[in-house]
Every structure is written in C-alpha cells, then in structure tokens.
Design a binder for this molecule. Structure first.
Ligand code: SF4
Length: 289
C-alpha cells in the first residue's frame, strides 16, 4: 500500500561543498604560468595548496624554496615567503633559512634533475641531518626546462635529448635514496592520484624532521613526445596509474603483479632528533659555560 502524500518527506537536499578557493594563496599578478598544457605540475601545486590549507598554517608561517627547472617555478606563483635560487642549491638555501628562522615551515619544490643530479650531494646531507623541512621532488624523469635531457630517474630504454637510442643508465629510486640517507619521512605520490597526494603532502608537512615526497609526474612536451605517448592523459595512465601500486594493496598482489611497480603512500616514518632543536640545545649549553 502506498503511503499518503503528506507522510512522504522530501529528500533532504545534499549540501554542495563550496569549491576550494585557491586565490588567497596565489600571486595573481604572476599568472598565467609557464607550464605547458598537460603538464602535471599544476595538479601538484593544487594538491600542495590544499594540503597547506588543511594544516591551518598561516601564509607567513611558510617559506617555499626552489632551485631551477619547471617545478622550481612553483614559489613564484604562491603568496608565501618565497626563494627561487640556483640550480641544485635549493636545499643549501633552505638549510640556511631554517637555521636562521626555525619558526618557519620550510617547503622545497624541486625536480628530479635539480634534487638528485646537480643537487644530489645537498639532498643526501639534508636527509642525513634531519632538519625539519619538506622536500617535494616533482619527478618526471627528464630535465623539462632545458628541453628533455635524461635525468637520474629516466628509466632504462627511454628516449631523451641525451639518450636518443634509449637510456642505458640504471635510475635512482628517490625513496630508497632518501631513506638510506636518513630522512625520517619518506613517501611517494603521483599527479594522477591527486587525492592521495594531497594527504601525503599534508602528512609530510606535519612531520617533525626531513620529509621527502617523490611525486611521479608527467612532462608531455619532451618525455611524452620522445617516448611516443599519444596524449598527456595516456602518459599519466601508463606511468602514474599502471606503473604504481598503493602500499595498502601490496599484500593482495603476487610478486609478478608487483614486478616493476613503484609503491605509493607513506613508505617510511621514524623519529629521531631534529637538527635545529639539537643545535639550539648545543648553543644553550655552550653559552652557559
Ligand atoms: S617542459 Fe615538461 S615539465 Fe616543463 S612545463 Fe612543459 S610539460 Fe611541464
């Protein structure tokens, strides 16, 4: 029997969530940005701003530092304390900045070439010191800004400006390198899995110590074109979706299914003394003498 019309309550209207307002974080005068159509860097920037918003940190609490490269343009577009430095030297500047102003929450945006080749030495020592900072490695396996040379993360066989017949170098695994060098928070995300990436970046910022997030990203203009991906979408699906597996799924997959896949999620978290806190303790002791 159907119920009388007056008993049937209208379905409560689902409240629409207001879209995220990026404007307060962006320097409008610096737009439009220089990134190519289809580049993953814009997605990473959105995840980063949303993650920062969730931390509740004020814009003036943050210092964003970069080196040189397409990803290193990020600080130019955001309204924090920002520093655009030399190629491979972002971590050296970030280290000095954090020591001078320990109250600042330091975030470094760098690329695979900037962080792991010319800046490789700074990278391992930053991880070793465990200074409280977040290092985001936008990893698109190529030097995008200088027209597509092979980087330390270019996979074997892949074409670049400097490996026209396919790279024969074994690539670095950013996360293994960071962990071996002593980083106390190591994670991986992708521009494709943007919701996961936002959460991982949030956790990285909240961690006390050196946090490294390897972000698998796409450079359709060079890497994509050289390696015959038909579109930025196909590239993201093949590299970021099919080439990675969430750490939460590892137990459900066979060794064959895991073969050649990079793990996504938080891969390592530990607790050991943070550099600035140790330095402050030492200074207090020395000055008391
Ligand atoms: S060159 Fe590559 S990494 Fe640089 S903006 Fe264009 S697509 Fe992005």
């Amino acid at each position: 029997m159907s119920r009388p019309a007056e008993e049937i309550k209208p379905l409560a209207k689902k409240k629409k969530k207001a879209p995220f307002n990026y404007s307060p974080y962006v320097r409008g005068g610096k737009l439009p940005h220089i990134w190519c159509p289809g580049c993953g860097h814009g997605i990473v920037l959105k995840c980063l701003l949303r993650a920062i918003h969730t931390t509740g940190l004020l814009r003036d609490d943050i210092a964003m530092v970069s080196g040189i490269g397409c990803s290193s343009r990020t600080p130019g577009y955001v309204d924090f304390n920002t520093l655009h430095t030399l190629h491979g030297r972002a971590l050296a500047y970030a280290t000095g900045l954090k020591l001078a102003k320990p109250r600042l929450n330091v975030i470094v945006t760098t690329g695979d070439g900037d962080a792991l080749a010319i800046g490789g030495n700074h990278f391992i020592h930053a991880c070793r010191r465990n200074m409280d900072m977040t290092i985001l490695v936008y990893n698109n396996a190529v030097y995008g800004m200088t027209s597509g040379q092979a980087s330390p993360t270019t996979p074997p066989g892949k074409i670049s400006t400097t490996s026209r017949n396919g790279s024969i170098e074994p690539p670095f695994d950013t996360c293994s390198l960071a962990r071996a060098a002593g980083a106390t928070f190591v994670a991986r995300g992708t521009a494709y899995h943007f919701q996961e990436l936002e959460k991982v970046i949030y956790e990285a910022i909240m961690h006390k110590g050196t946090s490294v997030v390897d972000i698998i990203d796409a450079c359709p203009t060079y890497y994509g074109r050289f390696n015959k991906y038909k579109s930025p979408t196909e590239m993201m699906e093949k590299i970021e979706k099919e080439g990675t597996v969430s750490v939460k799924q590892v137990d459900k997959l066979s060794p064959e299914e895991l073969e050649g896949k990079l793990l996504r999620g938080i891969l390592h978290k530990s607790d050991r003394p943070e550099y600035c806190a140790e330095y402050q303790k030492l200074m207090t002791k020395v000055q008391a003498k």
